[in-house]
Design a binder for this molecule. Structure first.
Ligand SMILES: NC(=O)c1ccc[n+]([C@@H]2O[C@H](COP(=O)([O-])OP(=O)(O)OC[C@H]3O[C@@H](n4cnc5c(N)ncnc54)[C@H](O)[C@@H]3O)[C@@H](O)[C@H]2O)c1
Ligand SMILES: O=P(O)(O)OC[C@H](O)CO
Length: 318
């Protein structure tokens, strides 16, 4: 079978390349025709994943109908802002695997949006998966979660290779939200790096950030234990300490008074921080690190004020 990969940014390109390295054919859909033409000619995605050759087993197209024709399911690998439009354009009989680590415009989960739009088979794929490493064939593990265990098992079987280990889960909310929240905590870790506040501060932000992630997961009906798996703690470790991470790098840039933009590549945590802060305020929930990050990225607080706010909270039990 040919794996259908919708989205030719860093993540979609890396996954298709990795599958191709192991002889698994795929079709990679790029939204912009000129990008598809360049990928076909250069056999490399120089804008989003330079240095990773596209194996011959990767077919490239800008025609969404052609990409999904005859497919049983597809991986949706565009940023979260593009997911509503992409879902709307897809046949509802297609199984959809949401791979973006962000939320819908109204703050809903993307899998919830897909179900609301009438898709019957919905899954999420999330884990510590830097495109830059997966595209080079370095070993990595991930989780595919779905309420439909058979669908999750089918996706697992199609994506497993000697360099990519796929676990299944039934906790869709838990797996999905781990990837969403870790981006905000990675932004906080980047702020710590940019302010040169040291290893102790970074460890504190990661640990208390994990607690906040778990608190939010539980509030959304997820299994509290999922936050300690690959899609939670695993991805937080991979992102908050990584030189590849755009979220961590964006935080570092803000702390240095620079633009958080990452060369046109998506920084999901910036939008997510605002959506989660809004939710926390509306529901009277305590997500102090999320709130501090949202206020810093919106310019309401300086990075130093954000740190002072967190350090100045009243004493409490751990
Ligand atoms: N890069 C990674 O290592 C990685 C790993 C796992 C998950 N993710 C997640 O996958 C998603 C995509 O990330 P990426 O790294 O591939 O992004 P990217 O910034 O590398 O590329 C984004 C791609 O999506 C396209 N795009 C932008 N807006 C679009 C829209 N409205 N509709 C369709 N296409 C659109 C862009 O043209 C570009 O090709 C994000 O949610 C990210 O958090 C990324
Ligand atoms: O570069 P980031 O910060 O978007 O992180 C990429 C992946 O989500 C890591 O698992």
């Amino acid at each position: 079978m040919t794996v259908c990969v919708l989205g030719a940014g860093g993540w979609g390109t890396a996954l298709a390349a990795m599958l191709g390295q192991h002889g698994q054919p795929s079709v990679l859909w790029a939204r912009r025709p000129e990008v598809a033409t360049r990928l076909q000619q250069e056999r490399e995605n120089r804008d989003y994943l330079p240095g990773v050759p596209l194996p011959a087993a990767v077919g490239v197209t800008a025609d969404l109908t052609a990409a999904t024709a005859g497919q049983d399911w597809a991986l949706l690998m565009v940023p979260s802002v593009g997911i509503p439009e992409l879902l709307t354009a897809l046949p509802r009989t297609l199984g959809v695997v949401l791979c973006a680590k962000g939320l819908a415009p109204d703050g809903d989960r993307l899998t919830t949006l897909a179900a609301r739009l009438g898709f019957g088979r919905v899954a999420v794929l999330s884990g510590p998966n830097h495109a830059e490493e997966i595209g080079r064939g370095l070993p990595a593990a991930t989780v595919v979660a779905s309420a439909d265990a058979g669908f999750a098992a089918g996706v697992q079987a199609a994506l497993m290779t000697p360099s990519f280990r796929v676990y299944t889960s039934g906790d869709v909310a838990g797996v999905e939200l781990g990837g969403v929240l870790k981006n905000v905590i990675a932004l906080a870790a980047g702020l710590i790096d940019g302010l040169a506040l040291g290893d102790n501060a970074k460890a504190a932000i990661i640990t208390r950030g994990l607690l906040e992630m778990g608190r939010y997961l539980s509030s959304q009906g997820a299994d509290a234990a999922t936050v300690y798996g690959l899609s939670g703690l695993g991805d937080l470790v991979a992102t908050a300490g990584s030189l590849h991470s755009r979220n961590r790098a964006a935080g570092e840039a803000i702390a240095r008074g620079q633009s958080p933009a990452q060369g046109g590549k998506v920084v999901e945590g910036i939008r997510t921080a605002g959506l989660l802060e809004h939710w926390a305020t509306e529901h009277g929930q305590d997500l102090p690190i999320v709130r501090a990050v949202a206020q810093v990225v919106s310019g309401e607080l300086t990075p130093q004020q954000g740190v002072a706010d967190l350090m100045g909270r009243r004493g409490r039990a751990e």
